[in-house]
Each structure stands twice: as structure tokens, then as C-alpha cells.
Design a protein around this ligand. Structure first.
Ligand code: ADP
Ligand code: MG
Length: 315
């Protein structure tokens, strides 16, 4: 087969992922879904005669933009096959595991050597990370959200089990979050614990960033008028916490339901986002399962689509 003769495409709700072979190496590339025409132009220009295999929610739209026929693949078939390839490459040939794809939303599957089935999912995912961050802080740029969240502290926003038990021995780990964002309205009650630190009375005074504005408090938002202010970085860290803990908790419950002890995490929400990876890993362990952050897992669908067209390099 001639070099680069096949392209695997995963056209997702937020990002379009491509995978192809150049020489001996696999190349992976991503475009925003809004730039779907740029992705098509790239493929048409660089691979004029290549076979294409497309998967993902926007695969029909993507196919309609190509002048040539493309093979279509059911999203989870592609994802699963890409994940098996990446696991083998990583030397992790699990027989039974939960696969959690944290994309725009989150979907959770059980994969065994004999097949796979969808267990469920949650609407809390990478789209929540972007949307809620924009609402709370006005920042809508992914890289700014993830880099600033790393500087933040969740201490005054999230309520831990240990905060409720106040020194008494809790029946479950005090490190577990009792309520994401649940400490926000308890500031008065917990004042002593915060050392009586002075706080502003409007979140508008501290929130708001360099990124695209998302109309924060444009209507005077009475519900937040008496809420103590929180730093932008802290709010972003708490959004990452909410997403990570929801994803990890759902995954661990799914693992218990299907008798698996390992959860493999994929999806672009982990791209350049070590805080989310850390929270998901720690929380998965805390809840009793073993997490695996699959390298290049964001490209599982595109790799699986490519695999449907050609043999991939031996691992
Ligand atoms: P989908 O297949 O639904 O498009 P992905 O697995 O590609 O989902 O993950 C999309 C999520 O990845 C976004 O919601 C966002 O949280 C995160 N993300 C990572 N990189 C970017 C980026 N450059 N631009 C926007 N979102 C990004
Ligand atoms: Mg996807």
C-alpha cells in the first residue's frame, strides 16, 4: 500500500480527530468541529486518492463534504478497536475492563476479550468543563481553562466529608467530596476555619478572565449577590473537580456492576489536562478501582477507523 494511502477520521461533537501512517509512524491530528471544512481540505490536499474511514457523531456530515466515498464505522466499534491497539502497544492486554470515554459527554462501556457493551454514561464531560467554566469565569478557551485550573484551590468551594465531621471520625474517607461547590454557601458558618479571612461580596469582583467573555452576571444575577467571591483559578479547579469526580464515580460504580477492577480512560478532555487526569486517577483509586490513562486515547476512534482500512504498525 502506498504511504498515507488510508486516513481514519473520528468526527466528534467538539473535535475532529485524524490518524494516518507516514513512513513507519502513526500521525495524529485534531481540528475543532467548527473547522470541519479545514479538516476536509487537509485530507483532500494531502491524501487525494486515499481510502477514508469515518466514525463519530458527525460522520455523516463529514462524509457529505468529501467528493469521494468513505467507509463508515459505528463509533464504538472504532473506539474499541483503537483502544485494544493502544493497550497492546502499552503492554496492557486486559481481558475485562470498563472503558470511559470523556469526550463532549461521557460514555461508559464494558469491554471483554469476547466483545463489548454500553453500560451508560453521564452528560458531565468535556463539554461541561468548557461550558460551566465559561459561565462561572467568562473564560471559554480550553488551554486557558486547563492551565489556570492548575493554579487553583478547591478548599473554600468544595465541601469534603471531613468538613462536615469537623474532627470526628467519619464513616467514609474524609477526603471524599461530600458536595461539589457545597462549601460556597457555608462560608459564614465556616468563617472561623478560614481564619476570618476577608472576602468580597460579589463573585464578579474576582471572576472574569482574559478569554472570550460569556456574559457573566449581565442580568445582575440575584442568586449570586451574597455569595463570597472566589478566585477564577479556584472556580476552574472546582469545575475540573466536579467533572473528574463525577466521571470517576460513575466509572467505578460501572466497574462494580460488571465485575471489572480496571477503568481505562480516554477522550480529549484529558489532553494537556494533568489536573483532570490526577483527580480522575486519585478518585478512581479512592473508590476502589484501578485507573489507566491511555496514552493517545483521545485518538482511539480515529485509530480504530484507520485499522478498519489497513494493518497498523506492529506494536
Ligand atoms: P468529541 O468526540 O465529543 O468531540 P473529544 O473526546 O474530542 O470529544 O473531547 C472533547 C473535549 O476535549 C472538549 O469538550 C474539551 O473539554 C476537551 N478539549 C481538548 N482539547 C480541546 C481544544 N483544543 N478545544 C476545545 N476542547 C478541547
Ligand atoms: Mg468522541
Amino acid at each position: 500500500m502506498k504511504q498515507g494511502g488510508c486516513v481514519g477520521i473520528d468526527a466528534g461533537g467538539t473535535l475532529i480527530k485524524l490518524a494516518y501512517i507516514a513512513g513507519e509512524a502513526m500521525v495524529m491530528k485534531r481540528y475543532a468541529a467548527d473547522d470541519i471544512h479545514k479538516a476536509v481540505e487537509f485530507v483532500e490536499g494531502k491524501f487525494p486518492g486515499a481510502q477514508l474511514c469515518i466514525t463519530g457523531g458527525k460522520s455523516l456530515l463529514m462524509q457529505s463534504l468529501f467528493a469521494r466515498e468513505a467507509r463508515m464505522l459505528v463509533e464504538f466499534e472504532a473506539t474499541c478497536s483503537g483502544v485494544r491497539y493502544l493497550l497492546e502497544r502499552a503492554g496492557l492486554p486486559f481481558e475485562s475492563f470498563v472503558l470511559t470515554n470523556v469526550g463532549t459527554g461521557t460514555s461508559i462501556h464494558h469491554v471483554t476479550s469476547g466483545g463489548h457493551s454500553r453500560i451508560g454514561g453521564t452528560g458531565v464531560g468535556g463539554g461541561t468543563l468548557l461550558g460551566l467554566s465559561a459561565l462561572l469565569t467568562g473564560i471559554a478557551d480550553y488551554s486557558e481553562i486547563v492551565s489556570r485550573s492548575r493554579q487553583g484551590s478547591r478548599e473554600t468551594i468544595d465541601l469534603k466529608v471531613s468538613h462536615i465531621y469537623e474532627g470526628a471520625e467519619p464513616p467514609i474517607s474524609g477526603d471524599l467530596t461530600a458536595s461539589n461547590f457545597g462549601r460556597v454557601l457555608r462560608m459564614g458558618q465556616d468563617q472561623g476555619e478560614f481564619g476570618g479571612k476577608e472576602r468580597s461580596t460579589s463573585s464578579a469582583s474576582t471572576a472574569g478572565g482574559k478569554g472570550k467573555e460569556a456574559g457573566m452576571q449581565a442580568n445582575g444575577a440575584p442568586a449570586t449577590a451574597n455569595v463570597p467571591g472566589h478566585g477564577v483559578d479556584d472556580l476552574l479547579a472546582s469545575v475540573v473537580g466536579l467533572v473528574g469526580e463525577t466521571v470517576a464515580t460513575s466509572s467505578v460504580l460501572a466497574a462494580g456492576q460488571c465485575g471489572a477492577s480496571t477503568v481505562v480512560y480516554i477522550g480529549s478532555s484529558f489532553v494537556d489536562n494533568p489536573l483532570l487526569a490526577q483527580i480522575v486517577s486519585d478518585y478512581t483509586r479512592l473508590r476502589g478501582a484501578e485507573p489507566v490513562m491511555l496514552q493517545d486515547g483521545a485518538f482511539s476512534g480515529a485509530i480504530g477507523a484507520l485499522q478498519a482500512l489497513r494493518e497498523l504498525p506492529a506494536v
